[in-house]
Write a protein that binds this ligand. Structure first.
Ligand code: NAD
Length: 296
């Protein structure tokens, strides 16, 4: 069976690696947090002590890290330390599932091609629940051959697998989606809080809007009002998907809009609100906690 190195075992990477193990792949895991490695080890993964150790004997390397700087440091090295790419055997397939900037994708993909390695940007959507259930959506950027090679691996972690285009196209699809998600989450929070301020039960208002034209993903599966459903809001906004990560994604979207001349007035407003949430020290809360800005 194919051997896969999996690097970055956080809210998303942990359950994704677990699904690869469940599908019978040999999985070698590494994270800077030893407990994350131990947990996966208890489920049948080989715990590694470094990225190079994880990649030892692997045909596929998957990374699920916070941002571009982490991906760049892992693959290309930093502070005089050599990156992982240098030690990978020719033909190895690199799948970066993190949400990062296009520039880093192009740099890592260029370095891969010089070394005879195939790389895909393969960011995901669906959140922690979809990562656990193996129902993520993957948006891939890279060659058709790389995409076809990656497909059976991604199918063990996701349900919808798209080839968006060349290197970086997966990240563009992802930033468009997350900008829409942020706008939708803020709009959903505004509607629920205004209803609550007017004496409506948030649960009843949610049921009404779910059968009306305001229906959307945040309202249906990730309700931001505490107590309406089993969502991060009902667990004191434990992530889930952190405010810091949403703020990062909105930064990627606003940078893209600038470089492509796209007008995104609501995207910019969403970015400002998530920055405000960071400034009050809530960066590590779930992104649905944006509702708290409305009921201060
Ligand atoms: P997280 O912070 O929970 O996990 C990141 C993990 O990477 C941590 O365990 C951290 O210790 C590890 N890490 C950081 N640098 C490392 C390094 N150099 N070597 C090894 N491990 C390292 O983040 P997450 O929520 O799992 O998100 C990961 C990526 O997925 C982000 O780019 C995020 O934007 C994206 N994403 C998240 C969600 C979500 O709902 N959480 C949904 C879609 C996409």
């Amino acid at each position: 069976m194919t051997t896969i190195a999996f690097i970055g075992l956080g809210n998303m990477g942990g359950p994704m690696a677990l699904n690869l193990i469940k599908s019978g792949f040999t999985v070698r895991v590494f994270d800077l947090v030893p407990e994350a490695v131990n947990t996966l080890q208890q489920h049948g993964a080989h715990g590694a002590t470094s990225p190079g150790d994880a990649a030892n004997g692997a045909e596929i390397v998957i990374s699920m890290l916070p941002a571009g700087k982490h991906v760049s440091a892992l693959y290309l090295g930093s502070g005089g330390e050599e990156g992982l790419l240098a030690s990978l055997p020719k033909g190895c397939l690199v799948l970066d599932c993190s949400t990062i900037d296009e520039e880093t994708v192009q740099t890592v993909a260029g370095a891969c091609s010089k070394l005879g390695l195939e790389m895909l940007d393969a960011p995901v959507s669906g959140g922690v629940a979809a990562a656990q259930q193996g129902t993520l959506t993957f948006m891939c950027g890279g060659s058709e051959t790389g995409f076809q090679r990656a497909r059976p691996i991604l199918a063990a972690m996701g349900k919808n697998i798209f080839h968006a285009g060349a290197h970086g196209a997966g990240q563009v699809a992802k930033m468009c989606n997350n900008m829409l998600l942020a706008i939708q989450m803020i709009g959903t929070s505004e509607a629920l809080q205004m209803g609550a301020n007017s004496g409506l039960e948030p649960r009843t208002l949610s049921e009404i809007m779910l059968k009306s034209s305001g229906r959307n993903w945040s309202l249906e599966l990730y309700n931001p009002y505490p107590g309406v459903m089993d969502s991060p809001a009902s667990r004191n906004y434990t992530p889930g998907f952190m405010v810091d990560l949403m703020a990062k994604d909105l930064g990627l979207a606003t940078a893209n809009a600038k470089s492509t001349g796209s007008k995104i007035p609501l995207g910019e407003q969403a970015a400002a609100l998530y920055r405000q949430k960071q400034e009050v020290g809530d960066g590590r809360k779930d992104f649905s906690s944006i509702l708290e800005l409305l009921n201060d």
